[in-house]
Design a protein around this ligand. Structure first.
Ligand code: HEM
Length: 474
């Protein structure tokens, strides 16, 4: 039975809750239908666990921004919590450990050059490898699927481990494969069954694969930490791992082990969190951008004209140039909006009894922020259902970001890698568009824009033809 004044929703069945009323292969359509029937805030049951789904800008803003702390928790008893053993930052509940680790990551990313020249150099350095790979395929159709995952992974690897890997490197390939598999399992049918029916959790069902994958990547991360411990010079950090080990030295000598949330086990998981969050998101956004650019040549050419004009006489683009490229900026934001890369965000949880738009929501309720309902909300966008940079341009043709642009979510749990992602998307897209033309192959058939469902949405595999725009001497 629903608590008093709880948001309405479909009647749950004993044991299963509302599981059988949702398509477990991809529940997005069902969630949309339910909001048409019950309004922007409605409830669902996963077994006996109550969940509230947030839809639309108003509800999202009131929950995540206005009532920020009330909605800043993370749920505890889901498959993803068990896979990550409650460590790291993404799935850690609101509290001192989350706060300390979040602050540490933001500070370390900044010190490693976020917003400064050195992070730009890292990204532009990686772009030169992307160019080399594209050069090899010039004139022929190529599948960009792994290229952008490899590149995004390498950028975050240079920050975390101080090194990049060759695109053919077995370590890199394995790391990414295990992650991308888990990103699909974590929101997939077997995770839903695991989350709804605790009695099946010990059975040898397909969700076990997520645990096996996770054990392998944890071992890989632990090995990297051990290697760093052997080669580091305390006080002279080379990368994120060294910074964390320095911090660990400080807390051990100052206040002893207890008192601090920093530990080597946390570090192992933290590295994995950041690597995963920094790879699958940026790469899927890039894949979506190139899917739309290669099928919308008018938009691609308009960006190229603007880029050519602004970068005339310059060797390479800098992040500052974005202010002079309103149309290209708008195209990048529009790619993010249409990509809808993390459609249900990361699930939240209420940290206390609270109210939302007149409903009462008890402490500990699972909160599902349906970000796609905001990114495609008809009242918020000029062209909600088409790929159109005009969504981010005002009447004077200047770049303008509507408040409903929330692919990174909002409030205290908002993506902590936004700055890095933004810089990557701009530098990679501008450099590649300046140099190459991306064309949908003649034998490519009708483009299919429907993404593959998961924690992150991935475009279906596609091919594009890469053609040179400039001669290499230009
Ligand atoms: C286009 C790229 C990206 C998108 C669309 C994206 C989106 C998101 C979203 C929707 C969340 C959930 C926020 C919430 O729970 O309310 C999130 C969290 C997070 N993201 Fe990103 N992200 C991107 C890139 C990155 C990068 C490059 C990093 C790595 C530095 C990163 C690190 C994180 C972390 C650590 C969290 C958890 C924050 C917390 O729980 O406090 N993300 N991201």
């Amino acid at each position: 039975r629903r608590p008093k004044n709880f948001p309405p929703g479909p009647r749950p069945l004993p044991l299963f809750g509302n599981l059988l009323q949702l398509s477990i292969a991809n529940p997005m359509k069902d969630l949309e239908e339910l909001s048409k029937r019950y309004g922007n805030i409605y409830s669902l049951y996963m077994g006996s666990k109550a969940a509230v789904v947030l839809n639309g800008f108003e509800a999202m803003k009131e929950a995540l921004v206005t009532k920020a702390v009330d909605f800043a928790g993370r749920p505890k008893d889901l498959m993803v919590n068990h896979v990550t053993e409650g460590k790291g930052v993404i799935l850690t509940d609101y509290g001192p450990s989350w706060r300390e680790h979040r602050r540490f990551a933001l500070m370390t990313l900044r010190n490693f050059g976020l917003g400064k020249q050195s992070m730009e150099e890292r990204i532009l350095g990686e772009v030169s490898y992307i160019i080399a790979r594209l050069e090899k395929s010039a004139g022929k159709p190529m599948d960009p699927q792994t290229l952008f995952h490899d590149a995004a992974s390498n950028i975050i690897c240079t920050v975390l481990f101080g090194k990049r890997y060759d695109y053919e490197d077995k370590f890199l390939k394995r790391f990414i494969k295990l992650y991308t598999e888990n990103a699909k399992i974590a929101n997939g049918p077997w995770a839903m069954i695991y989350d709804t029916l605790p009695m099946v959790r010990s059975l040898p069902l397909p969700f076990k694969k997520a645990f096996t994958n996770s054990a392998i990547v944890k071992k890989m991360s632990r090995d990297l930490v051990s290697e760093h411990k052997k080669t580091r010079i305390p006080g002279e950090p080379r990368d994120f791992i060294d910074c964390y080990l320095d911090e660990l030295d400080k807390v051990c000598t100052c206040i002893g082990d207890d008192g601090s949330s920093f530990s080597e086990d946390q570090l192992v998981m933290y590295v994995l969190d950041l690597h995963f969050a920094g790879t699958d998101t940026t790469s899927n956004t890039l894949l979506t951008a190139f899917l739309y650019l290669s099928t919308h040549s008018d938009i691609q050419e308009r960006c190229q004209r603007e880029i050519d004009e602004v970068l005339q006489g310059k060797d390479q683009v800098s992040f500052e140039d974005r202010h002079k490229m309103p149309y290209t900026q708008a195209m990048i934001y529009e790619s993010q909006r249409i990509a809808n890369t993390v459609p249900l965000s990361v699930f939240h949880c209420t940290t206390k009894d609270t109210e939302l738009m007149g409903y009462s929501i008890p402490k500990g309720t699972l909160i599902i922020p349906n970000l796609s309902s905001v990114l495609y909300e008809e009242s918020q966008w000029k062209f909600p259902h088409e790929f159109n940079p005009e969504n981010f341009l005002n009447d004077q043709g200047q770049f303008e970001k509507p408040e409903a642009f929330m692919p990174f979510s909002a409030g205290p749990r908002m993506c902590l890698g936004e700055g890095l992602a933004r810089m990557e998307l701009f530098l990679i897209l501008v450099t590649l568009l300046r140099r190459f033309q991306f064309v949908w192959p003649e034998d490519g058939g009708e483009p299919d824009y429907t993404p593959v469902w998961g924690v992150t949405l991935t475009p279906k595999p596609y091919r594009m033809v890469v053609r040179h725009r400039l001669k290499s001497s230009d």
